[in-house]
Design a protein around this ligand. Structure first.
Ligand SMILES: [Zn+2]
Ligand SMILES: [Zn+2]
Length: 324
């Protein structure tokens, strides 16, 4: 632990803001605002490409950094890991190694000062401000005790960590604009600004899991912790909004009890299994989930996040027609 961090507290944390990245992020957001207005002049191919690229980058965070590397909820072949690592790099949400380490501490010490994005600190802190301030000593101390041996011995994770500072800006800020400029004959200005708009959408969609899905929504599985089930977040994050379930059963590759229409990441992993490049997909038994829900959950809310006071038990019919 650095000597400086030892003296940082909740109260003094904002006195140590790292301003240069703040200025950079603000500037790139302003460029993204310009890109939003360019959206109306884009060729349809540019729109489609950026939409697909947005989904690809999201997969890097959700199927990669989150479900594969943070929680080991399934296993993946080397080509799939490389595919996801490239996507995660383009997301500029820190290296896989840092992402997974922060996330493991978040799960283990959720809602305490050892949680790097502690939702008890409010929306702004947990959404983005935590990135720009030094960590509290509690986060460093507890994080240092985690077992990260699987990450340390993973060649894809360690290679990406080594070259992240070069790879991230190239993949995030140059690759997609270059493609739309070169192949779709867009102007350089439109390609870059619209690429920034798409980039910030993906970043904030992910950040909303830490902020919105820890503040607004329902807690059907454990009413005592901040994570919520929130369908709006599931829609924007391809299925990460069943966050109350996920915090209770982080080992479940679905990050949800059900495979619902928003769970694109779950379908992607399932497809990868069918293609033979993912295996050992872990789930939790229906009985275990039901027992836990009855013991600690808020039974007045629906498991899919809608307010449904009548849904205090599972309906057998819901088990049918599930995609897995
Ligand atoms: Zn969380
Ligand atoms: Zn998680």
């Amino acid at each position: 632990m650095g000597a400086k961090n030892k003296h940082i507290t909740r109260e003094t944390q904002y006195e140590y803001v790292n301003w240069p990245p703040v200025y950079l992020v603000v500037a790139l957001h302003l460029i993204g605002v310009v890109g939003f207005f360019h959206m109306f002049q884009c060729d349809w191919k540019t729109l489609l490409f950026n939409f697909i690229f947005l989904g690809y980058v999201q997969l890097g965070s959700m199927a990669g950094a989150h479900r594969l590397w943070s929680h080991r909820s399934y296993k993946a072949s080397m080509p799939l890991q490389i595919f996801l690592a490239i996507a995660q790099t383009a997301g500029t949400q820190k290296s896989i190694y840092s992402w997974a380490r922060d996330h493991r501490v978040h799960h283990k010490y959720v809602d305490t000062d050892a949680d790097p994005y502690n939702a008890q600190r409010g929306f702004f802190f947990t959404h983005i401000a935590w990135i720009f301030v030094p960590r509290l000593p509690e986060v460093i101390e507890k994080g240092g005790k985690l077992d990260l041996s699987d990450l340390n011995s993973n060649p894809v994770v360690m290679f990406q960590k080594k070259y992240y500072n070069i790879g991230a800006p190239v993949l995030a800020f140059l690759l997609a604009p270059f493609i739309t400029w070169y192949f779709f004959a867009e102007s350089a200005m439109l390609s870059f600004t619209f690429g920034m708009f798409r980039h910030w959408l993906s970043v904030h969609f992910t950040f909303m899991v830490n902020s919105v899905a820890h503040i607004y929504g329902y807690r059907p599985y454990d009413s005592k912790i901040s994570p919520t089930n929130n369908n709006i977040i599931s829609f924007f994050t391809m299925g990460e909004g069943f966050h109350n379930y996920h915090h209770v059963f982080p080992q479940d590759y679905r990050a949800s009890e059900y495979g619902l229409m928003f769970c694109f990441t779950t379908y992607f992993i399932k497809l990868m299994e069918k293609l033979g490049v993912a295996w050992d997909l872990r789930t939790v038994s229906k009985e275990t989930v039901l027992a836990r829900r009855k013991r600690t959950g808020d039974l007045k809310t629906s498991v899919v996040g809608f307010a449904d006071p009548t849904n205090d038990e599972y309906k057998e019919s819901e088990d049918e027609n599930l995609p897995y």
